[in-house]
Every structure is written in C-alpha cells, then in structure tokens.
Design a protein. Sequence first.
Length: 267
Amino acid sequence: MKHLYSLAQLMALPFSPPEMVRLAADAGCAAAGIRMLPTTPGGLHYPLMTDASMLRETLACMNATGVAILDLEVLRIDVGFDVGHYGAFLETGARLGARHILVAGDDPDESRLTASFAALCDAARPFGLTADLEFMPWTKVPDVRAATRIVRGAARPNGGVLVDALHFARCGSTLDDIGGLRREWLHYGQICDGPVPGPTTVEGLIHAARCERLVPGEGGIDLAGLFARLPPELPISIEVPSDARAPAMGYAAWARRSVAAARAILE
C-alpha cells in the first residue's frame, strides 16, 4: 500500500515553513513538518503563532501546491510544563490543518509526565491534533516500553507513540516491542538510516540524530524488519538531516534522494 510521505523539518532546518512546503512539493511529498518550537533554548524554529505574515505565506503555499502539514515540532514536557502556555500553538496548528504534535518527554517523574501528557492530549483534541510521544535514548522516555507505559497510563484517544527508525536502533528495544504497540497509538512514523553499532555517548547520539543521519539503505538499521511491524498504511515522515551533505548537494537534491530511497525500502 502506498504511504503518505512527508518531509521532516530536519531535512532542511534553515528552510522557513513556506520554503518547506515548496521543498516537499518539489520532492514529490504530500506533506511537510514544521518546527514551531525549539528543541533547545535558542534553537532555530519558526513560531508561526506570533508571525502572522509567515503564517499567511505558508497557507498560500499550501494552497498553491496542495502540500499539507503533517506534524508540528517539538513540544517538550519538562518539570515545569503548563499546557496553558500552548493555546496559540494549538490554534495555529489547527489553522494549518496539521495532524500531529511531536512530543518529547523530559520530566524525570514518570507519573507527572504521564499526567502532563494526558493534559496535552485533552487540550489538543478539540483542534484535531494528536500528541505523539517520541522515545529517544537520551530523554526521560528512552525506549518503546517507557513510551508505552506513559501513553497507556494517559489513556487518551489522541495519544500516540512516534517510532523513529534511528532512535529504535539506538534504544535497546526489540521488534517485538514495536509489534506490541496498539494500532490506535500509531499515527505516523519516521524513516532514516544510520551506522550499526551507533555512537556510545549521549553527545554522539544527539549529534547523529540532529546533524548526520544516513539515507535509507545506506546504513545498517533493519528498516524492512522495523516497518514490517508497523501498519502498512502508516504516514511516513522522512527525516534525514545532514549538515555536511545536504548543503553541499543542495537541499532539493538531498530531499529527492532521500524520498526515493525511502520509497525503495517501503514499496
């Protein structure tokens, strides 16, 4: 079955949301992702909730190309999380017709993290958005089992687990862990590749994830085995950042190469 393909913001982080929409159209993708919140303090992002001009331009580009917005990045749940701070973010997501919010868990108190995730789900649901918790080995949601506990504990109909191929390969989880995820928790997935074994330090893991991934098929991750455990119709976000190769090749060429490689693996 043919997937819906989306270009993740990390494919071209310097690209503004309207540029991401045009890049996705050029690469033959039906959707794109937008980084509206920073991953780290001061990190590059595009706060459309406070930039009316860029929001209008993004909507115009979406209308002209037919490209939709798949997901909004990155909402971090930390110790001081207050869902009331994200009203404008959610409203803007709804204006964009976005489907999902990429959520990272940074609160060491799993009970409180679960409650915060449930509150986010409740706030996002009226706007037609799911909240998708991404397990990452350096966060407080390091693997599939931790994400499963939190999403199950929150017990919200729009709560989900986001499976990123690189994080799966690095976190020690198994294909059986993936196979145990409930279908209703799986709203979209992320594909890329990387060397196996991977980095052994937190710094190395973060650098590889954010700055230097491999095109699907270039590395040692069992992508065919992983995606065989996920729904065949799952929307796929293509996330292959490369600070070295993408600018050298040109972001459009890099996106087209990554999309073609993902299709070769999945179809």
